[in-house]
Design a protein around this ligand. Structure first.
Ligand code: IPM
Ligand code: MG
Length: 372
């Protein structure tokens, strides 16, 4: 098949890890006979430096003309001053909003080979395999009013947490549908003992559960969910929650496997197709990105772990293009490389055969070409 993929590497290690994904995608294209073309654009801090905006119109146009987007990371110390009016992070937020990417899928899967890198006791994280569905275009991130001002009594600031029932329903539906295809357990996370939006969230979720009586629904308070993720993570199958809770809980979930450098994500504007067909054409493209950020501390050193980005490319093949076998091939190569002891420094735990970013990318691409 033919596909046009927008590559938005962004800042810090974003471009470094994304470049390795492109090499891996090329290997997939060669082995399976596909034709992928790439169009690259700027986003984030480097776009601010170059164009004075975090998401230039050119980049948005290029994304809108693509079948899917592979995103790296944005931000860095250079743009961290809270006083500056334009932030690199606005780039990804605008992309999510413009593309209507309301459902963010963040899988948390433990690699048994890396269990020693986990901050948790090994017995706690055995068989952990869950996915967080984070609402991505509403809540505190986008609610209005959102501003900071000063009057005679001093400085004030406000952010707004608002949700409509439609916004809740569509993302919870995605989560129910995913759970239905997995172990059929859904935890809906809220803070209904305090917040009106959470009470509405719980109401809408309970109403929707009637359509999904084959899925076991549990409501859980967000603070308790934070505890369960580190004490009892194997109870989870699918978690669904609002934007800010999802941001925080997914970072927590990402590190229990040992490194944030392993976890991919998909941001979708519709439920994942069940028919294995290519999605897009007429609609807007989905976006795939590693969960980790721009990691300024290791930028330019060639040691970043590209696996989260490469696994995001695998999610793209699976969810946007319906290429299951190809996605499986990427995942199998990564699994095989880890089993054979190859590591980037973040997952080395003092051992293994430690490699740099492009060496790992090369090796994974090579394994795909050789079907191993
Ligand atoms: C994430 C990131 C972003 C977010 C930032 C970069 C705006 O932390 O994707 O989780 O808060 O959503
Ligand atoms: Mg985050």
């Amino acid at each position: 098949m033919e596909a046009r993929i927008a590559i938005l590497g962004g800042d810090g290690i974003g471009p470094e890890v994304t470049a390795e994904s492109v090499r891996v995608l090329d290997a997939v294209a060669d082995r399976f006979g596909h034709d992928f073309t790439y169009v690259a654009g700027r986003v984030g801090g480097n776009a601010i430096d170059e164009y004075g905006t975090s998401l230039p119109q050119d980049s948005l146009n290029l994304v809108l003309g693509a079948d899917a987007v592979l995103f790296g990371a944005v931000g860095g110390p250079k743009w961290d001053n809270p006083e500056i009016p334009i932030r690199p992070e606005d780039g990804i937020l605008k992309l999510r909003k413009n593309l209507g990417l309301f459902a963010n899928l963040r899988p948390c899967k433990i690699y048994p080979q890396l269990i020693d890198s986990s901050p948790l006791k090994p017995e706690r994280i055995q068989n952990v395999d869950f996915i967080i569905v984070r609402e991505l275009t509403g809540g505190l991130y986008f609610g209005k009013p959102k501003r900071k001002w000063e009057n005679s009594r001093g400085r004030r600031a406000v952010d707004t947490l608002a949700y409509t029932e439609k916004e809740i329903e569509r993302v919870v539906r995605v989560a129910f549908e995913l759970a239905r295809r997995r172990r059929k357990v859904l935890h809906s996370v809220d803070k209904m003992n305090v917040m009106e939006t959470s009470r509405l969230w719980r109401e809408v979720t309970s109403e929707l559960s009637v359509e999904f009586h084959d899925v076991e629904l549990h409501h859980m308070l967000a603070d308790n969910a934070a505890i369960q993720i580190v004490t009892n993570p194997s109870i989870f199958d699918v978690i669904v929650t609002e934007n800010m809770f999802g941001d925080i809980l997914s970072d927590e979930a990402a590190v229990i496997g040992g490194s944030m450098g392993m976890l991919p994500s998909a941001s979708l504007a519709a439920a994942p197709p069940t028919d294995g067909k290519k999605r897009r054409r007429g609609g807007k493209p989905a976006l795939y990105e590693p969960i980790h950020g721009s990691a300024p501390d290791i930028t330019g050193r060639g040691i970043a772990n590209p696996m989260a980005s490469i696994l995001s490319a695998a999610m793209m093949l699976r969810w946007s293009f319906g290429l299951q076998e190809e996605a499986d091939a990427i995942e199998a190569s990564i699994n095989g490389a880890i089993s054979d002891g190859y590591r980037t420094v973040d997952i080395s735990n003092g051992g293994g055969n430690v490699m740099g970013t492009s060496q790992i990318g090369d090796m994974i691409a090579g394994r795909i070409r050789m079907n191993r």
